[in-house]
Write a protein that binds this ligand. Structure first.
Ligand code: NAD
Ligand code: ZN
Length: 342
């Protein structure tokens, strides 16, 4: 089969022939139809310091996908060839305290698809049956391809109650954009999106933001005052990984507010802890998705009218992976999809 492979330490990815992965008794083999490019894939392609210390080549990259089951292991009874599925990209140990308690998203021994094991930018991928999500009828295939990052958005957005609340979304990358739509769907009052990139601000407005501001030009507290916020934001979702953005979010919260932190900083961030203490804020780190409550919530929100398609801006056949990665890297794109059926 053809797969996008990190062949050796260093920048770049290569489309090359590799064997179709073999399935164990508990595994499912999926023929890939569409994939989404994630920031993680860009880090691995660029071979930045995180990738250099995390990735062991050769590795098939990619973890956001939708495809069709073509074979199942002898132990697998719940899935059949022909079904359209996506995969939870975190493969958990199944044996630790949290896994046994059903809190699999808290597993400390998680292995990432396309990070710690061969991934989905390929004609076929193998996953344990416990990582397979069978899509309900009527789910758009491109949306199905990005359930993984959509799940990050939903998991973050549901960290604190949103009904009637004033929400700050800092960073309108694909995940911030989807979180904006989820917050609108979930009944937030005002949603202020903070994002330096004008193209992404424009998409944020289409996805339900009350206003989308450039943090280099507008003070977030002032934006809140203009909207008539009583004290500040009730909920913030940090989706940029940027130090100044996290500080600005904390600095503009109302007393008792909740800050859900999904963005991954590249270095240590110093914070004014006094502000956290005296405003009695709750800061919560978010990693991955809940298995499979988040997947359920994504599905039923789509069925009840949530539309995340404006976050998808580019589509490429997989053979044009270089152009697809360039679009994703540009910062001007929303989600970039690669088609593996062509
Ligand atoms: P992205 O890089 O496409 O988006 C980040 C956005 O933040 C960009 O549009 C950028 O312009 C904006 N930004 C930069 N500085 C800012 C500032 N000062 N204020 C406001 N916005 C600013 O990333 P994405 O794919 O949407 O992912 C969002 C973040 O979540 C990234 O940091 C990513 O690494 C992280 N992530 C975390 C998880 C997890 O499980 N915790 C999973 C996936 C991604
Ligand atoms: Zn575990």
């Amino acid at each position: 089969m053809l797969a996008l492979v990190k062949t050796a330490p260093g920048p770049g990815l290569e489309l090359r022939e590799v064997p179709v992965p073999e399935i164990g008794i508990n595994d499912v083999l999926v023929r890939i139809r569409r994939t989404g490019i994630c920031g993680t894939d860009l880090h691995i392609a660029a071979w930045d310091p995180w990738a250099a210390k995390t990735i062991v080549p050769p590795l098939v990259v990619g973890h956001e996908f939708v495809g069709e089951i073509v074979a199942v292991g002898s132990n697998v009874a719940d899935f059949r060839p022909g079904e359209i599925v996506s995969g939870e990209g975190h493969v958990v140990c199944g044996r630790c305290r949290h896994c046994l308690a059903g809190r699999r998203h808290l597993c400390a021994r998680t292995i990432g698809l396309g990070v710690g094991r061969d991934g989905a930018f390929a004609e076929y991928v193998v996953l344990p049956m416990t990582n397979i999500w069978h899509h309900w009828p009527g789910i758009d295939e491109e949306v199905a391809a990005i359930f993984d990052p959509f799940g990050n958005a939903v998991h973050t957005a549901l960290a604190f109650p949103l009904l009637g609340e004033d929400v700050l979304v800092s960073g309108a990358g694909p995940i911030g954009l989807m979180a904006t739509a989820v917050a609108r769907h979930a009944g937030a009052r005002h949603i202020v999106v903070s994002e330096p990139n004008a193209t992404r601000r424009e998409i944020a407005l289409r996805m339900g933001a009350t206003v989308a501001v450039d943090p280099r030009e507008r003070d977030l507290r002032e934006v809140g005052r203009d909207l008539g916020l009583v004290e500040g934001y009730d909920v913030a979702m940090e989706m940029s990984g940027n130090a100044a953005a996290l500080r600005a979010a904390i600095g503009s919260m109302a007393h008792g507010g909740g800050v859900a932190i999904l963005g991954i900083p590249t270095e240590e961030i110093s914070l004014d802890v006094n502000e956290i203490v005296f405003k009695m804020l709750t800061l919560r780190g978010i990693y991955g998705r809940e298995m499979y409550e988040t997947w359920y919530k994504m599905t039923v929100m789509l069925q009840s009218g949530l539309d995340i398609t404006p976050a998808i801006t580019h589509r490429f056949p997989f053979r044009e992976h270089e152009a697809a990665f360039a679009a994703a890297r540009s910062g001007d794109a929303g989600k970039v999809i690669m088609d593996w059926t062509a």
